[in-house]
Design a protein around this ligand. Structure first.
Ligand SMILES: CC1=C(CCC(=O)O)c2cc3nc(cc4[nH]c(cc5[nH]c(cc1n2)c(C)c5CCC(=O)O)c(CCC(=O)O)c4C)C(CCC(=O)O)=C3C
Ligand SMILES: [Fe+2]
Length: 372
């Protein structure tokens, strides 16, 4: 268990916490407006939009993501209360109601002036970090124009907080036990994350010119999961990182291989059993429910591969405790109280993003919670 720090059982100076997420439709009539909002001006072909709309239609036009945010919000609140921290825990989205701007307006009207944000995105790249910081900056600008002045800080990206890899390792361990294939040579672990344009991966990271931090963080987590699950089970586990949910024009290179292509090559190599672990996501939303539970499972069935899909961290208490530890850590930093930033695997991401990190390659826009 990550150590929760009773001495730091406070989120002062913050007077509210906000969970910031992607959003999703909750009924058939919300699907197209949602998709237009998501892709606004980003050159996603119409055929791709129609195809994605169909993914949602299969689930009655409702994405599970908002209910999962409601659950996570409640779980964060429960752990804060357990620690005796009586701060309001709010929730706001980028692409669907409740919109972040409205959430922060309500927070202001209820008296909040300094708010601490945590997003539903663990890794570092434009889509998973800076774009949320732009959303926060947009919301703060709108509210400032209305005469409502508030500030927002953010907990650091948490792919490298130990609770995240540890919970994922436990979930993979359980899935390997469940699949019951004792021959290490017949079994593969398939780690899956959201594909992004190669250019976005190349520029992901703290802006020191290194880049490829998105892929690197996933690689490191996949590696420690194999190591830890293998140690727990006393087995030689093998796996690879692959991608789902590619969009954008076919001419634009995105991270590969696609999960379905990977399953085909595993089957061709004589693999019979696959444990599919969506380490790129924190809840079983549409990219998991459709791309893995429908599409990848169909591929596995066609190939005669036995597949177990690992759950995402969701509201696993150890994960929730980790996020609340990150809140008290960020609050201590805001109070100038020294605090150890535990990290595994790799390094702790900075709580205040560095200039030029994970840049917006289309247009420079204001972003909150950073130096630029
Ligand atoms: C890195 C990353 C995450 C993980 C970090 C995070 O969690 O933020 C993520 C999450 C999600 N992506 C989601 C949905 C979509 N993403 C799209 C499009 C895109 N994603 C991208 C990247 C990511 N996306 C990119 C580079 C694009 C193309 C350009 C653009 O448009 O920015 C599109 C457009 C249509 C299409 O798929 O082509 C949709 C509908 C949902 C909601 C699921 C639900 O409803 O349950 C979630 C959680
Ligand atoms: Fe996406």
């Amino acid at each position: 268990m990550p150590t929760s720090q009773p001495a730091a059982a406070s989120v002062a100076p913050y007077d509210a916490v906000v969970l910031v997420s992607f959003g999703g439709p909750e009924g058939p009539e919300e699907v197209m407006p949602f998709l237009r909002r998501v892709t606004g001006g980003r050159g996603i072909p119409d055929e791709r939009l129609a195809e994605v709309a169909h993914h949602y239609d299969r689930f009655g036009g409702k994405s599970p993501i908002n209910d999962q945010c409601r659950e996570l919000r409640a779980a964060l609140e429960a752990d804060l209360r357990r620690r005796g921290i009586d701060v309001p825990v709010l929730w706001g989205n980028r692409n669907s109601e409740p919109f972040l701007t409205d959430t922060l307006r309500d927070a202001y009207d209820a008296g909040a002036r300094r708010v601490l944000a945590v997003t539903t995105s663990a890794y570092s790249c434009y889509s998973s970090c800076r774009q949320y910081r732009e959303n926060i900056a947009d919301a703060l600008q709108t509210l400032q124009d209305e005469g409502r002045e508030l500030t927002v800080d953010k907990v650091r990206q948490y792919a490298t907080h130990p609770s995240f890899a540890r919970v994922n390792a436990r979930l993979v361990t359980d899935a390997v036990r469940q699949i019951g294939q004792p021959d290490d040579d017949k079994l593969r672990i398939v780690f899956v994350t959201h594909s992004i344009p190669e250019a976005m991966d190349d520029t992901s990271g703290p802006g020191d010119g290194e880049g490829n931090l998105y892929e690197h963080q996933h690689d490191e987590i996949a590696h420690v999961i194999l190591d830890e699950a293998g140690f727990t089970l006393d087995r030689e586990l093998t796996g690879a990182l692959v991608y789902c949910s590619r969009s954008g024009p076919p001419t634009q290179p995105w991270l590969e291989p696609d999960v379905n292509d990977h399953l085909r090559s595993l089957a061709a190599d004589g693999i019979t059993d696959v444990v599919v672990a969506p380490i790129g996501f924190i809840s079983d939303h549409m990219e998991v429910k459709f791309d893995l539970d429908v599409e990848a499972r169909e591929t596995a069935d066609e190939l005669g591969l036995n597949m177990v899909r690992v759950p995402t961290v969701g509201v696993d208490p150890e994960f929730v405790i980790g996020l609340v530890d990150l809140m008290t850590e960020r609050a201590a930093q805001a109070r100038n109280v020294p605090v150890e930033m535990v990290a595994w695997p790799g390094e702790a991401m900075p709580p205040v993003c560095r200039p030029g990190c994970c840049p917006n390659l289309r247009e420079a826009r204001p972003a909150a919670c950073g130096m630029d």
